[in-house]
Design a protein around this ligand. Structure first.
Ligand code: PLP
Length: 381
């Protein structure tokens, strides 16, 4: 199997599995227990928190709260802000956020918030003047993703944060789920208040995430109970998962092969765009403005789900876009927001590479793709 769907989820790294394994076996204590086993758990959780803080460039380990996934982090950040500040109901977000932000903001709009949706252009980029115009004195929160899960397009978070700071008192939330582990993050320097992380996108298991909460930003607890996570998210800590997230952060921090992955992606993308004259890149062509691992390419006139199925038969895992809408025949909301015409949008395939991919794999993918496309073109004739 060739796995080119790393934006959907990633393989648990062997180093991460080794780090968490003892906590699934003998080290089963509760971090709140006062005995030696409990204290060992507390130390493990604290260590993991420091590893997450280090990767994100946070000032203080207390700024990191563990959650169960990226969706929870997004929901806590935005929903929590609205609960905490019932009179600051103007929110700003973009049309291309992940469903965890988009659907939540739609829900909040239905229950009394006013949401301004920033549009993107054909390249998937924002016009920062739209943000300047949208910001008001009463704007409560701005939520903008760092990297788009479908196209890999990066939003200029530092510039956006500065505009938010200069033109409002709004809190700035960034969904960083697709960016962590793929590009450097520096929350010490960036004007960001809340930042969502999900472990399974960078080689930790599913079921663990984190929310960075800048010191001074007040959110109500996401879960009320025994007061874990300094009263911010109760429930006995999922120590094995938390240890895994910490180790995955350390692994990402030490990873030295970003250039290799980015070269592989570039070669795959270039080759597809030259081999198939009806292939079009979705997202800005300038690669410095995209994640180094992602290519979203439309095969004009062909059916994306059909390409996916045939590549799957050939042992190659890709996606048509968001993992969440793989079942529906509707074209991706992100591509619609980018005004990609239907005939292109329905033929979109996302290739997302990761640390375990190799050049022979991308070569095999190209061969399988050539066969698939030739068969589909022949059937269409
Ligand atoms: N935000 C982005 C940008 C994502 O890509 C995803 C998952 O695909 C999420 C949030 C949700 O993360 P999780 O699957 O951990 O809930």
């Amino acid at each position: 199997m060739i796995y080119l769907d790393n934006n959907a989820t990633t393989q648990v790294a062997p180093e991460v599995f080794a780090a968490m394994e003892p906590y699934l076996k003998d080290a089963y204590g509760n971090p709140s227990s006062a005995h030696a086993l409990g204290r060992r758990m507390r130390t493990a959780v604290d260590h993991a928190r420091a590893q997450v803080a280090e990767l994100l460039g946070a000032n203080d380990t207390d700024e990191i709260a563990f959650t169960s996934c990226g969706s929870e982090s997004d929901n806590w950040a935005i929903g929590g802000f609205v609960e905490q500040n019932p009179n600051r109901r103007h929110l700003i977000t973009t049309r291309v956020e992940h469903e965890a932000v988009r659907n939540l903001c739609e829900h909040l709009a239905q229950i009394g918030c006013e949401v301004t949706w920033l549009e993107v252009d054909r390249n998937g980029e924002l016009d920062l003047d739209d943000l300047r115009r949208a910001l008001r004195r009463d704007t409560g929160l701005v939520s903008v993703m760092l990297a788009n899960n479908e196209t890999g397009v990066l939003f200029p978070i530092e510039a956006i944060g500065r505009i938010v700071r200069e033109n409002s008192d709004a809190v700035f939330h960034v969904d960083g789920v697709q960016a962590v582990g793929k590009i450097p993050i520096n929350l010490r320097a960036w004007p960001v208040d809340l930042f969502s992380v999900s472990g399974h996108k960078f080689h930790a298991p599913k079921g663990v995430g984190a929310l960075y909460i800048r010191n001074g930003i007040k959110l109500p607890p996401f879960i009320i109970g025994g007061g874990q996570e300094r009263g911010r998210r109760s429930g006995t800590e999922a120590v094995p998962n938390i240890v895994a997230l910490g180790r995955a952060c350390q692994l990402a921090h030490q990873f030295s092969e970003h250039q290799r992955i980015s070269d592989l992606r570039d070669q795959l993308e270039d080759e597809i765009l030259t081999r198939f004259p009806f292939a079009r890149l979705n997202g800005v062509a300038d690669r410095s403005k995209r994640l180094p691992n992602t290519s979203n390419i439309s095969f004009e006139g062909l059916d994306g789900p059909e390409i996916l199925r045939m590549l799957d038969d050939a042992g190659v895992c890709v996606s048509t876009g968001s993992a969440c809408n793989a079942e529906s025949r509707e074209t991706s909301g992100v591509l619609r927001a980018m005004n990609v015409p239907y005939d292109l949008a329905r033929g979109a395939i996302r290739f997302s590479l990761g640390r375990y991919n190799s050049a022979p794999e991308t070569d095999q993918t190209l061969d399988a793709l050539s066969e698939t496309v030739a068969r589909l073109v022949n059937t269409a004739l």
